[in-house]
Design a protein around this ligand. Structure first.
Ligand code: HPA
Length: 272
């Protein structure tokens, strides 16, 4: 359970370390960490130094908060996030969202690597997440609710803020990049899905699948922080192409499409 006091302590620590407060928060998904290296005038704080933060163990997730300037705005960038498959509870995964909100950010940009379920998608595509299906069966809001953090029954209708989605589409057009749209299905992992699971998710209306994002979005809806989320399709989901999947493929595609992805995110930041 997340307490208001813990969030306030984490935020107070960060305020004491930062020369200026961030305006926008950015979470970098698998293989997308290098975006943080484009930031200027940075202060880098390891999660291990921040009171009440947990430390990420996922490969290629650096585990630090980098605060600095990107595309002319003050950005707090989470270089590495926590996942359910690492053994973290949903509220531990969602915790940083409340801290970023307490620091005063106006928007949360989430990125992730996903498997493409929609057969019209191709490896390397970018997908604007319009909505999600939480297949983990869990919520970061389970347990007692502290009204100072958010309401007991948050509305998810506009969790993926329509105004920010429009800005993402405008940013993609400006960059000359195609931006698919679709529904993200969040699973626990770490195993990739079975082909039967992917067929089931498709029947439910999912376009992409991944092992992150849904808890952070639920937390953001809870604390009233507008979210925009962009997935990189690093592989077609299990059974779409009759070939095995691998984590190496995810990172290879993320690296190959990294430059365009960074352009898109920077153009989006400029529009927020
Ligand atoms: N499934 C789940 N998570 C993923 C995938 C996938 O196919 N690709 C990247 N993250």
């Amino acid at each position: 359970m997340i307490t208001y006091t813990q969030v306030a302590e984490s935020a107070a620590y960060l305020r004491s370390r930062l020369p200026a407060l961030p305006e926008i928060a950015l979470v970098l998904g698998s293989g997308l960490g290098p975006l943080a290296e484009q930031m200027q005038d940075t202060v880098s704080i390891a999660y291990a130094e921040i009171p009440h933060f947990r430390v990420s163990t996922a490969p290629d997730h650096a585990g630090r908060l980098v605060v600095g300037t990107l595309a002319g705005r003050r950005i707090a960038c989470m270089q590495g996030r926590l996942h359910g498959y690492e053994g973290y509870a949903p509220d531990e995964i969602a915790y940083p969202v409340y801290v970023l909100r307490a620091l005063g950010v106006q928007a949360l940009i989430l990125t992730n690597a996903s498997g493409g379920i929609n057969t019209g998608f191709s490896v390397g595509d970018f997908m604007l997440i319009e909505d999600h299906i939480n297949m983990t069966g869990k919520s970061p809001l389970t347990g007692a609710n502290d009204e100072r953090l958010g309401t007991r029954f948050p509305d998810m209708t506009f969790a993926y803020a329509p105004a920010l989605r429009e800005k993402a589409q405008a940013a993609a057009a400006l960059c000359g990049l195609e931006l698919r749209k679709g529904v993200y299905c969040g699973v626990n992992g770490p195993q990739f899905e079975t082909p039967a699971e992917i067929r089931a998710f498709r029947a439910l209306g999912a376009d992409a699948v991944g092992m992150s994002t849904v808890f952070e979005v639920i937390a953001a809806a809870h604390c009233g922080l507008p979210v925009v989320a962009v997935a990189m399709i690093t592989n077609m989901a299990a059974g779409v192409l009759m070939q095995p999947l691998s984590g190496a493929e995810v990172n290879e595609i993320a690296a190959r499409r990294g430059t365009d992805f960074r352009r898109l995110i920077c153009a989006l930041i400029e529009k927020i």
